[in-house]
Design a protein around this ligand. Sequence first.
Ligand code: ACO
Length: 326
Amino acid sequence: MRHATIIGTGSYLPDNILTNDDMAKLVETSDEWIASRTGIKERRISKGEKTSDLAYEAARKALQNAKLDAKDLDLIICATITPDSFMPSVSCIVQERLGASKAAAFDLTAACTGLIYAMATASAFIESGMYQNILVIGAETLSKTLDWTDRSTCVLFGDGAGALVITASEQKKGIISVNLLSDGSKQEYLCLSAIPLSNPFVIKEDGIFQPTISMKGQEVFKFAVRSITDHIKTVLLKAAITAEDIKYIVTHQANYRIIEHAAKSSGIPLEKFFMNLDRYGNTSAATIGIALDEMVQKDMLQTGDRIILVGFGGGMTSGAILVEWN
Ligand code: ACO
C-alpha cells in the first residue's frame, strides 16, 4: 500500500512584530491581560505582503527543504480563509510563481483546521495512486479581517504561512491515521462574512458591510479543549498505539490555556505539547505548519518519532493526524 509521507517543511512570517505593549497603544488592553489569558506575547502583521506572498515564500522553502523541483509537483492545496481574491485562488498564484507547470491547484476552507483537512486530502490523493508529490500550504493574513477596535479579538491573531511537501512512499511511515469532523450546529461560535447577497431581486440591507471576525470566546474554548482531547484519543485508537508512544503533540496554536486544559483532560504531560503561539499568536490555517517547520529547524524530530497534529476552528471544524516522522 502507498503511504503519504512528509519530506519537507517551510514557513514564512512577515518581519513586522507587534508586541502586546504595541497592542495596548491601539486598544484598551495590557501585556498582562493578553499574556495571562492567552499566552500570546507578540504577533507578526503584514505591512503589505498578501496571503499569496506569504504562501509562496513558505512553499519555496518547503520545496528547498524537500530537495524537490517545483516541476515535479502534481498538486498544490492551500488552506486559507483570507485569500487575496475568490479567484484566482492562492494556490494558482503560487503554482505560477513556483513554476509548478504540471500541478493542479485549489484552495480549501476549513478555518483553523485547514492544514489538517489539506493534509488529509493530500494523503487520500496519494494513497489512491492518483498523485505522487503534493504541496500543502496553510497561509493567512488575518490582520485584514480584524476589527482593530475590538480588544476581545484583535489581540489574538497574526499573519503567517507554513508549508509541507508530501510524497508517496512504500514504507508504512508518514500519515498513519486521520480523523476529521465538522459541527455546523455551532457555526455561530466563529464567523467571518463573505460578500452579502445583493442583486436586482434582493434589496441590500442597510449598514456598512464589515467582514471582520466575530467570536464566542468561551464557547470556542470549550469546543477546542473537547476536540483536542477526543481527536487525540481517536487517532491513537485507529493506530492501535497509546499516548506513551507519542513524542509531541502539535495543536492549532490559539491559546496557551486551551492547550493546558486539553493536556490535563487527556492525561498527557504538557511538556509533550509544542507551543510557539507566544511569538506568532493565532495564524489560523498556518499555525501547525509554522510549528512543524520550527520543530524541524530545531532538529526536534527524528526518524520514527510519532507526533499528533490537532486542529480546531470555525465551521466548526476539527481534526487530527498521527504522523510517523520520516
Ligand atoms: N484586554 C483587556 N480586557 C479585555 C480584553 C483585552 N484584550 N478582551 C476582553 N477583555 C475584557 C472584556 O471586555 C471583559 O470585560 P468586562 O468583564 O468588564 O465586560 C473581560 O475582559 C472578560 O471578557 P471575556 O470575553 O469574558 O474574557 P474571557 O475570560 O472569556 O477571555 C478569551 C477571552 C481569552 C478570548 C477566552 O474566551 C478564550 O481563550 N477563548 C478561546 C477562544 C480563542 O482562543 N479563540 C482564538 C480564535 S478561535 C480559533 O482559533 C479556533
